[in-house]
Design a protein. Sequence first.
Length: 273
Amino acid sequence: MIHCKSMKAVFRILKGVSYQQGQMFVLSHFHDEKLSKFTYWKNRYKEGNQEVFEWFVDPDEIVEPILNNIAHIQAQSTMPLRYIDIGCGLSDLSLHLTIHCPRPLSAVIVDFVSEALQYQNKSYVEYQQMIQLRSESTQHLVCADVLHLPFRDGGFDVAIDKGTMDALMKDKVQGHFKSGLMMGEVIRLLIPGGRYLQISDEDPDSRLLFLENISTRKHDCDERVKDNHREATKATTNFHEQMKLNHKLSSWKFKSIQSKSGSEYFLYWAERL
Ligand SMILES: C[S@@+](CC[C@H](N)C(=O)[O-])C[C@H]1O[C@@H](n2cnc3c(N)ncnc32)[C@H](O)[C@@H]1O
């Protein structure tokens, strides 16, 4: 039987009606370091607390700009577009993209909290029962750390990060370092011509500089940060190997997204060269 609330959600997705603004969350209002911690997210998503929750913007405010932005990628191919959501949380963005993308989507949805993936699975199954999702479209859920993604090089056409790097950056000591690691991983995963898209509330004046910086240079950090990182991740690979950016990105561009709440957000993107 279809849950009444789910029916409302389907209506929103199909008609492009917004979520209640009260459910959105503006990350910049939270300067709290806890947002960079696994334990915070684990507690937040624990069972019984798994309603849809969108950071920054509702999917219906961003799906069209995203689809326009990636329309040219592998446009001649008949294969599904290979897409990765980095830090999915309880967002329905990937579901919206699967529904509205004119091409089949092979989506990989990643988070380091298993409860977030349970939500994604439940949501996908509910929609599959209610509306016709393309049979060639697939969704794979992967519980992993975005700093060490368990995928081969060049396996994705598009990577989307809505609020995840912003959360990493809340770590006062390791924020930039972790963002650099994640950037390296995303660049590694993309095919040449593939795109990394980020949705953030941070102003381009500072964000563009930061993105350019971590996309192009090896990251200097003190030994304490490296040790913490090794300890936390039980990393066995050589640190400097991990930090090597063998592939390059184009320069970063952005587009302003005016949300219905009146706040301004930004879609940033760069292309793997
Ligand atoms: C600000 S929330 C954004 C969630 C979702 N993208 C959205 O738009 O609502 C950041 C998400 O990234 C996940 N995350 C943070 N650090 C991570 C890491 N190192 N590895 C994997 N996921 C991480 C958190 O669990 C959380 O779901």
